[in-house]
Design a binder for this molecule. Structure first.
Ligand SMILES: *[C@@H]1O[C@H](CO)[C@@H](O)[C@H](O)[C@H]1NC(C)=O
Ligand SMILES: *[C@@H]1O[C@H](CO)[C@@H](O)[C@H](O)[C@H]1NC(C)=O
Ligand SMILES: *[C@@H]1O[C@H](CO)[C@@H](O)[C@H](O)[C@H]1NC(C)=O
Ligand SMILES: *[C@@H]1O[C@H](CO)[C@@H](O)[C@H](O)[C@H]1NC(C)=O
Ligand SMILES: *[C@@H]1O[C@H](CO)[C@@H](O)[C@H](O)[C@H]1NC(C)=O
Ligand SMILES: *[C@@H]1O[C@H](CO)[C@@H](O)[C@H](O)[C@H]1NC(C)=O
Ligand SMILES: *[C@@H]1O[C@H](CO)[C@@H](O)[C@H](O)[C@H]1NC(C)=O
Ligand SMILES: *[C@@H]1O[C@H](CO)[C@@H](O)[C@H](O)[C@H]1NC(C)=O
Length: 541
């Protein structure tokens, strides 16, 4: 039992009213319980999930989300290292060849990965109900390797332990970011989308026949491009549809188009970059560039996802991607995506070398800045590679809170809709959540970066209006952040996920307030309003 507070944190410099719809607009998107999903590099996959025993820290962070929405995040294992992986029945889990660690690159990504059957089998440690996407090698142009990998993957998922674990394979992905192959030496230049379609079809024909894919529930994911021309020339969904990728036998097994996106490719951070990342307008412009691709994809009756995304490539810009402010970016980004028809957003949680062409000197590995979490203890410093007397234990990064908040906004009902609330302000974004057509919750984000060294934290007062007969009371839950560039110490409703086991700790703190008072929202703050609790409700925790 905690005291219920009347809350007016800071003097509000600005006040305006926002109108929250009581019912969803026509076409308001239905949002998946696994809207926020994860993409993981192949090279260290067994460390994430655990081998002979489960990595309970990682699984706890997934189960936290499952407890809220009813479904764990989808997991994609692939990315840059997907195109460096081969299969050998002689290998148990994986044998990675790493470049020597250096002070600059303490945790480099593997150059060469050889995996065996157990590498795939450990996916049955994932929470019940997890949907998996797995990548096979296309980059090295070795059909035998792709077929061997796909066969091992399919055998794993149809084995009794997987059936018992309730972990299913949604998609096979053939190759990662083939639109960059000509730049990174995996194909002779020029490499065109029509060559991609032709080669993809060849690989997919052999893969699908080897595993009899059409007799299973597993489909192909197509694209996984690093960018898009959004035209029928260059690499884009429009181009490959026009070039007939869907027409072949394996093409008929394609169910989803996957796009990859990073907001930029900065390797060092600063407050200005953090504010750019968090800014409402740049979040929207980063996503709306794909609007026409989404429409073209839906016209083919395919789903459209961001299959790999995060803030800044180059394993995240230190001082930006690992900060509390980045959590506000991720929340607004994930919630805006479905507004333009993107059904899932897979945050990439191990570094990639997507931009290695632009940044040849930045060769990235674990110890990455933009993860939602760091799943294993590290015994070398992530800053300079020096040995650590006390290993850095697994921990969540501030970004993890965005996944929790998006999950709480959505809730656990099958048919949940989320629509953006029109807010005439450059800093405040808002979203309303509906269950069975009824308004249940709303979230507001103040994306003004309040940076270390600042002293004058202003807030904005929101007066709440409703399109119909709205609620009269609400509970308010706040994401408390010291400074936008803090890298820890964030609390959500007074509680923390920055714990040794990844489970939430601390007393839940909610404010209980009449709607008529409105609310204040400080710079770099998120509030979740819950309208579903009746007047006179007493909070329990
Ligand atoms: C990767 O490593 C394996 C095992 O050492 C080796 O057989 C193979 O040639 C290597 N592949 C590449 C592309 O370096
Ligand atoms: C691909 O499939 C064709 C037709 O079944 C077969 O002849 C060929 O050997 C396969 N290629 C590889 C590399 O497995
Ligand atoms: C292709 O992959 C197979 C299976 O791993 C391997 O035996 C073969 O050496 C590879 N071919 C080349 C050219 O690397
Ligand atoms: C593929 O699966 C279908 C349906 O289960 C079955 O009829 C067919 O015989 C299988 N083909 C092969 C080559 O196993
Ligand atoms: C994406 O956001 C970044 C700021 O994080 C901005 O610099 C960039 O211009 C944006 N890109 C687009 C296409 O809007
Ligand atoms: C760190 O752990 C790895 C793998 O367990 C081990 O090989 C390495 O020697 C350890 N390094 C230090 C500095 O303790
Ligand atoms: C939005 O706000 C600006 C300035 O705060 C005001 O001039 C404008 O009329 C507002 N627009 C709408 C549609 O309310
Ligand atoms: C704090 O910032 C607000 C808005 O920028 C400004 O109006 C006010 O004067 C500032 N107060 C102090 C004490 O600096």
């Amino acid at each position: 039992m905690i005291p219920l507070l009347w809350f007016s944190l800071l003097p509000a410099a600005v006040a305006f009213s926002v109108t929250i719809p009581c019912s969803p607009a026509d076409g308001a998107p239905f949002v998946s319980p696994s809207l926020v999903s994860l993409s993981i590099e192949q090279d260290r996959w067994p460390e994430w999930v655990g081998t002979s025993s489960k990595n309970q820290f990682f699984l706890n962070t997934l189960n936290n989300l499952k407890t809220i929405t009813g479904a764990p995040p989808d997991i994609r294992i692939g990315a840059n290292s997907e195109d460096k992986t081969n299969f050998s029945p002689e290998v148990k889990y994986n044998e990675d060849i790493f470049p020597a660690p250096t002070a600059v690159v303490p945790y480099p990504e593997a150059l060469n990965i050889t995996v065996g059957n157990a590498y795939y089998l450990v996916a049955n440690h994932l929470p019940r109900g997890t949907h998996v996407t797995w990548g096979v090698n296309f980059g090295q142009f070795n059909i035998t390797a792709a077929v061997l990998e796909a066969t091992a993957i399919m055998n794993a998922f149809k084995s009794p332990p997987f059936q018992a674990a309730g972990v299913t394979l949604d998609f096979l992905e053939i190759g990662n970011e083939a639109d960059l192959y000509a730049n990174n030496g995996l194909r002779p230049a020029p490499f065109t989308s029509s060559e991609y379609v032709q080669q993809w079809t060849t690989f997919a024909t052999n893969v699908s026949e080897a595993v009899n894919l059409s007799s299973t529930d597993t489909k192909f994911l197509i694209g996984s491009f690093a960018g898009s021309s959004s035209k029928t020339t260059g690499f884009s969904p429009q181009a490959i549809y026009a070039e007939g990728v869907l027409d072949s036998n394996p093409g008929k097994l394609i169910a989803t188009f996957s796009e990859h996106h990073y907001s930029g490719s900065f390797c060092t951070g600063n407050g200005g970059l953090l504010q750019d990342l968090m800014t409402k307008a740049t979040i929207r412009s980063n996503l709306t560039i794909y609007s026409t691709d989404v429409v073209a994809t839906h016209a083919q009756k395919l789903d459209y996802i961001l299959g790999e995304t995060n803030s800044y490539a180059c394993h995240g810009a230190p001082g930006v991607s690992n900060t509390a402010g980045a959590a506000l970016w991720a929340l607004d980004y994930a919630l805006f995506a479905p507004q333009i028809g993107i059904s899932k957003v897979f945050f990439h949680v191990v570094s990639t070398m997507v931009f290695e062409v632009e940044f040849p000197n930045f060769f990235q590995g674990i110890g990455f800045k933009y993860s939602l979490l760091q799943p294993v203890a590290l015994n070398r410093s992530i800053l300079d590679g020096s040995p650590l007397a006390t290993p850095l234990p697994p921990h969540v990064q501030p970004l993890y809170y965005s996944a929790i908040i998006a999950a709480e906004l959505r809730g656990c009902k099958d048919e949940a809709q989320i629509s953006e609330i029109t807010v005439n302000d450059t800093r405040i974004a808002g979203y309303a959540a509906f269950e069975a057509g009824e308004l249940v919750r709303a979230v507001f984000i103040n994306s003004q970066a309040f940076l270390q060294g600042s002293t004058n934290r202003t807030s904005i007062h929101l007066d709440l209006e409703f399109t119909g007969k709205g609620p009269s009371t609400m509970t308010v839950k706040r994401l408390a952040i010291g400074f936008a560039d803090d890298t820890s110490g964030v609390t959500w409703g007074g509680q923390t996920y920055e714990t040794t086991n990844g489970l939430v700790e601390g007393k839940l703190k909610l404010e209980y307030a009449p709607i008529s008072k409105g609310l204040d929202i400080a710079e770099t703050e998120v509030v979740l309003l819950d309208f579903s609790r009746g007047k006179g409700h007493e909070d329990t925790s």
